[in-house]
Design a protein around this ligand. Structure first.
Ligand SMILES: Cc1ncc(COP(=O)(O)O)c(C=O)c1O
Length: 358
């Protein structure tokens, strides 16, 4: 019988800590749609300060944070946004920027390191002289860390350069910073510096930071005022939302400091997996808390059956395709969980338990 669960499906699976639950139970609350919730106000004030922006707004999810941000920047019909072909906004958000916002996506190839080539971004900007037939470019979106590329970090220099291009062409820059704290910690730069060039950032509270629900979007006061109206339009205005914001404040205080450890554990797991016959990890690209690895063809198991086998041992991981698996580290995974996971993979593929596994 399996007694242990090691949940590596995502960093969204964390359970609220005792401190979060206590903060939620005791949260001072009021009606946030009427802008009177003191705990939401505290979280937004704190997040705006940490991110170096004028104002912030709590939203129910990262998807809504991105959608609202794109819609604020692209508020004229016929707007176009330049974004990565491997970006979360483009792939996993139901095409909401088009279906709800009427915003046209212009994709640029994401490189393996999560960047888009600067010259390709410039080439994607529409020539205003062609406005009779072209949509109008109004926004560039980056994603940092870039999840689908393996949690890769975009540097300050790269982000600044994209910001300069946006400015030169009168465009806005939005960052999907679902895991921006992971990127800042891995790069060793303050988060406000990393997003300095951005007009808006969407920051997830319920990923590496470990809060149960929510995201915060940050930007200028004008951006946030417009975002607040759109949040209401989309049904994301909530009443005594301080209950959720209280947990997020604990997450901000207690969990940013744990991200470095998560990245170390991701490296440890990646190195261990790479030593198991039949698995292949590109160790150079493991920069934060996400690890992708390949299951070599011709083994007795493919990625899907291997994930099923792991589940029987309490290790939850997600197949990405028939030959690729993703694991994501978070603050509720210990070093001994990593060792247990490695021993389960080893046993599944070779029938021999790993020496140091427990
Ligand atoms: C990079 C990135 N952006 C945005 C989101 C959307 O966040 P949510 O699931 O809160 O809507 C995710 C979710 O996994 C993500 O990984």
């Amino acid at each position: 019988m399996v007694t242990k669960t090691v949940d590596l499906r995502s960093d969204t699976v964390t359970k609220p800590t005792e401190a979060m639950r206590a903060a939620m139970a005791n949260a001072e609350v009021d009606d946030d749609v009427l802008t009177y919730d003191p705990t939401a106000f505290r979280l937004e004030t704190e997040m705006a300060k940490v991110m170096g922006k004028e104002a912030a707004l709590f939203v129910p999810s990262g998807t809504m944070g991105n959608l609202i941000s794109v819609l604020v920047h692209c508020d004229i019909r016929g707007s176009e946004v330049i974004l990565g072909d491997n970006s979360h906004i483009h792939i996993y958000e139901n095409g909401g920027i088009s279906t709800i916002g009427g915003v046209h996506p212009k994709t640029v190839k994401n490189n393996r390191d999560g960047t888009m080539d600067i010259d390709l971004i410039e080439a994607a900007i529409r020539d205003p002289k062609g406005e009779l037939v072209y949509p109008t470019t109004r926004l560039i979106c980056l994603e940092n860390s870039q999840a689908n590329c393996g949690g890769r970090c975009l540097s300050v220099e790269y982000t600044d350069r994209v910001g300069e291009i946006a400015k030169q062409h009168g465009l806005k820059l939005h960052i999907d910073g679902a895991r921006i704290f992971n990127a800042a910690v891995a790069l060793g730069v303050p988060v406000h510096r990393l997003v300095q060039a951005a007009d808006s950032v969407s920051v997830c509270l319920s990923k590496g930071l470990g809060a149960p629900v929510g995201s915060v979007i940050v930007g200028s006061r004008d951006f946030v005022n417009k975002a607040r109206r759109l949040r209401k339009t989309l049904g994301g205005g909530m009443r005594q939302v301080g209950i959720l914001c209280a947990a997020a404040l604990v997450a901000l205080q207690e969990n940013v400091g744990k991200l470095e450890g998560d990245h170390k554990k991701a490296k440890m797991l990646a190195e261990g997996l790479n030593q198991i016959e039949g698995l292949k990890v590109d160790l150079d690209i493991v920069e934060t808390n996400i690890v992708y690895f390949d299951v070599i063809e011709g083994l007795k198991m493919n990625a899907e059956s291997l994930c099923k086998n792991m589940e029987e041992h309490g290790v939850l991981v997600m197949p990405e395709s028939s030959s690729r698996i993703r694991v994501v580290l978070h603050h509720q995974i210990s070093v001994s969980d990593v060792q247990y996971t490695l021993s389960c993979f080893q046993q599944a593929l070779t029938g021999v338990p790993e020496e140091n596994g427990n």
